[in-house]
Design a protein around this ligand. Structure first.
Ligand SMILES: [Zn+2]
Length: 272
């Protein structure tokens, strides 16, 4: 039955993809999305390539999973900053570029918005489901739990191995203060990425968080930037698919999160 549904989806895709030509620049990379790659929005192509294990497809403004279920790609609603944060669809996650240097500008928070339906579908829809997807990662003399889906746990292991072998001077920053924890982002109704087991907090003592310095600030207020984490640590995480909360206007410098699609978007945008 599932096979039959998949065949129907493929046939539907062949028929209707050409009609949805909103943003159809082809990715320069040679990712094999499918033969209709050229008519898939760029951000959908980036998503599909960043989650290769899932064999995602783009069909008629939806991201379709292997089991035949789908999530709307672009709800067509124009959103201000808070609405992007609170009601992000998949396309909204790509609305801000991720900067790999310099201090973030006003409300520049690439990767801080998440389409909850997408992440629940990928990593687990509740705490119990996510727990079943957690693997142990060896982390500087201890172990931490991390989601194995789409290679997240493996990528975290690569971060640890690289710092252990090549950058021992950063080991003092590597004490984990938490990975998986099903919870909301402080002061909001949004699920934290820790809920999905794809985020790690390190070096709390050397860290800064926008709410600590601005306890009464609203999210759209102007705030100053603070960071005491060496940026080289962020570069090592980024190399392996993690974004850093220190690149956010709403800085959270202890926070690293597995978001290969955000980094891939940045690579694509940086190409000449
Ligand atoms: Zn965190």
């Amino acid at each position: 039955m599932i096979k039959l549904i998949q065949i129907c989806i493929i046939l539907t895709a062949m028929c209707c993809i050409s009609a949805s030509a909103q943003d159809t620049k082809q990715l320069a990379s040679t990712g094999s999305v499918n033969s209709h790659e050229t008519s898939i929005p760029v951000n959908a192509q980036i998503l599909i390539q960043a989650y290769p294990e899932l064999n995602l497809m783009y069909v008629d403004n939806h991201i379709v999973f292997q089991d035949g279920t789908s999530i709307i790609y672009d709800d067509g609603i124009q959103k201000d900053y808070l609405n992007v944060m609170d009601h992000s669809d998949i396309d909204d996650m790509f609305s801000m570029d991720y900067l790999s240097e310099g201090n973030p500008g006003y409300l520049q928070d690439a990767g801080r918005s998440r389409c909850e339906d997408f992440f629940k579908k990928v990593y687990g829809e509740n705490a119990k489901a996510v727990k079943q997807n957690l693997n142990d990662v060896k982390w500087f003399g201890t172990t931490v739990k991390f989601n194995r889906i789409n290679g997240a746990a493996k990528q975290l292991q690569k971060v640890a191995d690289e710092i252990q072998s090549n950058y021992p001077e950063y080991i003092p920053y590597m004490k984990s203060s938490g990975t998986f924890y099903w919870r909301k982002v402080r002061g909001s109704e949004r699920l934290s990425s820790h809920s999905y087991g794809i985020a790690i907090d390190i070096a709390v003592k050397q860290s800064d968080y926008w709410r600590w310095g601005n306890p009464k600030a609203k999210e759209t207020d102007e705030i100053g930037y603070k960071n005491r984490i060496p940026p080289k640590i962020a570069e090592i995480f980024e190399k392996h698919g993690f974004i850093w909360g220190g690149r956010w206007y709403h800085y959270d410098t202890m926070h690293f999160e597995y978001r290969p699609e955000i980094l891939k978007m940045h690579q694509e945008k940086s190409k000449p």
